[in-house]
Design a binder for this molecule. Structure first.
Ligand SMILES: Cc1ncc(C[n+]2csc(CCOP(=O)(O)OP(=O)(O)O)c2C)c(N)n1
Ligand SMILES: [Mg+2]
Length: 549
């Protein structure tokens, strides 16, 4: 060991963090992390959130926007326990996180002191890796491995570190982990040929894209393929991200999350090529097959979990962009007059079906009286008319999500983001984290009033750290979607509304500027004022849209 070797486990751990670009610590601190966090070196940023769901939500947004692992520090059982729902979302959203959880001092863990954490298994199977280093000297290597685990499996990797480990001397510089990792991602040529034969044989192929197709390279590859085939492109139901430019003429809308409707939308097609999505994401159960008999399904995904539970005739586990590009190159040249991109309103499905957004989009844009009351379509139409194409819309507005999909198309990669499994409390913190990670992109969170309350502390972080995110709160004073589900079930909901909750007041109390708008004119005036400056904003703004009740 040379003279300049790190002296302590803490020094060596910081070197690992620096080397891996984990230079921003999203945290809520406790006594078990004091030795780690006190006198943090200047080149490591600390970002406080006031509850662990928001800590992890911020980090998830940040990791998503930067496309790199983000670092989270949580406080033993209480911190990790509070964070579990958000860690599950990070896993489902494929957000790589290195999660360091503080533990009591090793030297008396056996006698179960105050703040001992029974951490093993606390987050269930949601982490991609969970580890308690055997010795203090193993901590730096464990953090390096957590970085690799999080990157490869795309989810949270959890390392529990006892509080006394940080001061222990290090005994070696060489970590038991690779310095550089290059992941093989491309498809096998034979597999591409097999897929190309299947696609060429199809009379009328359709394409379904999912959250794992979100990225510039995959979008470009899918546009080229869709145009080559003249095939319509649907977005998977309840997607966390957009897999295709939703203003493209071949975009056919969002698939319904239920089998009978799904069969109706897709029944024209003898082949479905699914890219970066499970086959198919369902919500409410309905009986029957996913697709009509005789429909062939090919799946291209780099997510083994999705692949393993997907119904498919052929599945390729490989990078979607590389595979789709290779597929297009392997297809015969397009016919001289291919089916041209369908003119508006929609390619194949009839306007009454899900999957034909543009007709509805047009309907939603009818002029509104300036003094007229607000409803969700009015808010989304006004927003869509003003948003620049590179805007990021973070969604958590359960009863009006379909309206948002119809009226606000994602026009750039990362143009749309939501929680993949529907756990509320993601929207506000994730939007703040996205804006931290993509500081030049306009970021708008569109959140229900109930949803806002699950992650409301993140507004303090946004205000404190000068994060210029716009949060549009759809204030209907209740859990509208839950009320609707209870009514559909033919019964009476026992939960009350919460119209007296003053979300703008809460935001202000957290140090976050807030406004209320109740008419169309108030909304459009405010959006005209705020949206053009979104890319440059350095403070958050909450706009509570008081919807007609
Ligand atoms: C953490 C969590 N708790 C509860 C739920 C169940 N849930 C789904 S939607 C919803 C109500 C959302 O209310 P709000 O954000 O006001 O949207 P609205 O339905 O009014 O559009 C609830 C409680 C959930 N998805 N996640
Ligand atoms: Mg509501």
């Amino acid at each position: 060991m040379s003279d300049d070797a790190p002296r302590t486990v803490r020094d060596a751990a910081f070197d690992v963090l620096r080397r891996r670009g984990l230079d921003r610590i999203f945290a809520n601190p406790g006594s078990t992390e004091i030795r780690l966090l006190t006198d943090l070196p200047d080149d490591l940023d600390f970002v406080l959130a006031l509850q662990e769901g928001s800590v992890v939500g911020l980090a998830t947004g940040y990791a998503t926007a930067t496309d790199r692992p983000a670092l989270v520090v949580l406080h033993t059982t209480a911190g990790l326990g509070n964070a579990v729902g958000a860690l599950a979302t990070a896993r489902m959203n494929r957000a790589p996180l290195v999660v360091l959880v503080g533990q009591q001092d090793r030297r008396h863990l056996a006698s179960r002191p105050f703040l001992t954490g029974d951490l093993d298994g606390l987050a269930g199977s949601y982490p991609v890796w969970t580890h308690a280093p055997a010795r203090p000297q193993d901590v730096p290597g464990a953090l390096d491995r957590a970085f690799h685990e999080a990157s490869t499996a795309r989810g949270p990797a959890v390392v529990a570190v006892p509080s006394d480990d940080w001061d222990a001397p290090v005994d070696a510089r060489t970590l038991p982990s690779p310095v550089v990792v290059r992941r093989g991602r491309g498809p096998e040529p034979d597999a591409v040929a097999e897929l190309a034969a299947m696609v060429s044989a199809a009379r009328r192929p359709g394409i379904v894209v999912g959250a794992d197709a979100d990225g510039a390279a995959t979008w470009a590859a899918l546009v080229a393929l869709a145009e080559h085939l003249g095939a319509p492109v649907w977005q998977e139901a309840f997607a966390a991200r957009a897999g295709f430019p939703q203003d493209h003429p071949l975009f056919a809308g969002h698939l319904p999350p239920e089998r009978a409707a799904l069969r109706g939308v897709l029944d024209d097609h003898d082949l479905l090529l699914v890219v970066g999505a499970p086959v198919f994401r369902q919500y409410q159960y309905s009986p029957g097959e996913l697709v009509a008999p005789g429909t062939t399904i090919a799946l291209v995904t780099d997510d083994a979990e999705d692949l393993h539970h997907s119904r498919a005739d052929l599945a390729l586990l490989a990078d979607p962009a590389l595979t789709v590009s290779a597929l297009t190159a392997a297809l015969p040249p397009a016919a001289p007059s291919p089916p041209s991109p369908s003119p508006s309103p929609s390619p194949s499905p009839s306007p009454s079906r899900e999957g034909s957004p543009r007709a509805d989009r047009a309907a939603g844009s009818s002029p509104r009286a300036p003094g007229g009351p607000l409803d969700a379509p009015a808010v989304f139409t006004a927003l869509a008319a003003r948003l620049p194409p590179d805007a990021v819309v973070v969604e958590e507005t359960p009863s009006s999500r379909p309206d948002l999909h119809r009226l606000v198309p994602a026009r750039a990669p990362l143009g749309f983001l939501s929680a993949a499994e529907g756990g509320l409390g993601f929207g506000v913190p994730a939007a703040v984290g996205v804006r931290m990670g993509a500081p030049t992109r306009p970021v708008v969170a569109v959140v229900g009033d109930g949803s806002t309350l699950y992650g409301v502390q993140a507004l303090w972080s946004a205000a404190h750290y000068g994060v210029g995110v716009l949060v549009l709160v759809m204030a209907n004073g209740r859990y509208a979607i839950m009320d609707r589900l209870a009514a559909d079930a033919g019964g009476k909901a026992p939960w009350p509304g919460f119209a007296e909750v003053d979300v703008a007041g809460l935001a202000t109390a957290l140090g976050c500027p807030a406004r209320r708008v109740a008419t169309h004119g108030e909304l459009t005036d405010l959006l005209d004022d705020v949206v053009p400056g979104l890319a440059e904003r350095d403070s958050p703004l909450v706009v509570v849209c008081e919807l007609r009740r």
